[in-house]
Ligand binder design. Structure first.
Ligand code: SF4
Length: 412
């Protein structure tokens, strides 16, 4: 099979993995004339998206889509009837360098089905990164998928070459994982995440205490994971509780949410249709609230429903359920409270705090502060504006923010 055909199969097989964003790594470049490529910390690496909404800025491929495991939700499972292919490590190295030279990509995201054993597969994955870094002095971004059962020495070596390592938690509940991916072991997944956390902490401490000698690196862009949404009956509350636990226990950089895509010849244990894509979007918004806006998982989701609203964003939904906390006078409110106002992003809050030190803020200033007035005004007091008390109590307030209902077509 030629490399082009392998690429078609193995890039397509990798598209279900959402965890490929690449911000937060260390700075490397080749402006000294040595090596090839660069990373751009802080700004992250530019992303582009395939028509199905998935990130393709990195060369995202599997080493092989053959797999010993039979995870029901996976198109590469052993019982799947898809064409199989396998790259050699040299082929992936060459493809990465060729694409990099042509400016198609800024790095590599490499995963693999499990063949022979966890150690054998992990060694193959690591060998690609080792050759790129040591033989070709590649300085672009590398994200390696880690196999939880692999030997600790291989995982340590992966961290030496990769910017980011990830292990997919797959589904939020242990029971579902046992049902949908019987060969996977949730304890091994969590144990390896814990080991990665320790190594990341150690590397960070070494960096902080290093004087002259450069301490050994370990995955400077941290670890991430992915959860499939809608392959089982887990509620958004369960998903967000799991994410909060993963962020807290293993200091993950990101949890990625990937809406389940029905696959050919799938098991009856799986739903026939995918969840609405907007559910994945709402989970990302809720995740953002936990990481940057000071929200706890258990206050984001309406506890009686267990699900995020599909019609309005989670912060607006929270504000509508907590109207007693509004309107908020933005001349005096704390940063924590301002972050809870619908439509206020973190940068807008910083701009508001800087502006109010020198002048009072009027309704006309909101556009300059990049705040969507329609969303924010019912919840705030400005120097020249106060919402009417009836407006905030009005049961129809929520309706104002929901998308207008449209009559469905008849299909003819
Ligand atoms: S281990 Fe499971 S999820 Fe990973 S490639 Fe194999 S079948 Fe797919």
């Amino acid at each position: 099979m030629d490399v082009e055909r392998k690429l078609a199969i193995l890039a397509d097989a990798a598209k279900y993995d959402a965890s490929c964003a690449s911000s937060g790594t260390e700075k490397r470049d080749s402006s000294d004339g040595k090596g090839m490529g660069s990373t751009a910390p802080g700004m992250g690496i530019c992303h582009s998206y395939a028509p199905d909404g998935r990130c393709i800025s990195l060369l995202k491929v599997l080493l092989t889509n053959a797999c010993n495991y039979d995870c029901l939700y996976c198109v590469n499972r052993s019982s799947s009837n898809v064409p199989r292919a396998r790259f050699t490590s040299d082929e992936v190295v060459k493809l990465t360098l060729d694409f990099y030279r042509r400016n198609y990509i800024e790095g590599l995201f490499l995963s693999s089905g499990i063949i022979r054993s966890a150690d054998y597969t992990m060694e193959q994955v690591v060998s690609v990164a080792r050759k790129l870094r040591e033989q070709h002095h590649f300085r672009g971004y590398i994200h390696l998928k880690t196999i939880p059962e692999a030997d600790d020495a291989l995982i340590t070596e992966a961290g030496k070459y990769a910017d980011r390592l990830s292990i997919n938690i797959e589904v939020p509940e242990e029971d579902s994982l046992a049902r949908l991916a019987p060969e996977k072991n949730v304890r091994a997944i969590r144990r390896t995440m814990g080991r990665l956390r320790l190594k990341l902490d150690e590397a960070q401490e070494d960096q902080a205490t290093a004087t002259k000698a450069k301490p050994p690196r370990f995955a400077p862009a941290g670890q991430s994971t992915q959860m499939i949404v809608g392959a089982d009956t887990a509620s958004d509350k369960t998903i967000l509780d799991t994410s909060a636990n993963l962020y807290g226990s293993y200091k993950l950089k990101r949890v990625y949410y990937s809406a389940f895509s029905p696959i050919p010849d799938s098991s009856r244990a799986l739903p026939l249709s995918p969840p609405p894509l907007v559910r994945e979007h709402r989970l990302y918004q809720a995740d953002w609230l936990m990481r940057f806006y000071g929200f706890n998982a258990d206050e984001i989701v309406d506890q009686t429903q267990g699900m995020l609203s599909l019609e309005i964003d989670p912060k607006l939904d929270w504000a509508l359920r907590h109207r007693d906390r509004f309107p908020l006078d933005i001349a005096t409110a704390s940063r924590e409270d301002l972050l809870r106002v619908p439509g206020f992003g973190t940068k807008a809050v910083d701009r508001i705090i800087a502006t109010r030190r020198v002048t009072s803020i009027r309704a006309a200033d909101l556009a300059r502060l990049h705040v969507p007035a329609k969303k924010a005004l019912p919840f705030i007091v400005l120097s020249d504006f106060k919402p009417s008390p009836h407006q905030l109590d009005d049961a129809r307030l929520a309706e104002r923010f929901k998308p207008k209902a449209e009559q469905l077509g008849f299909g003819f």
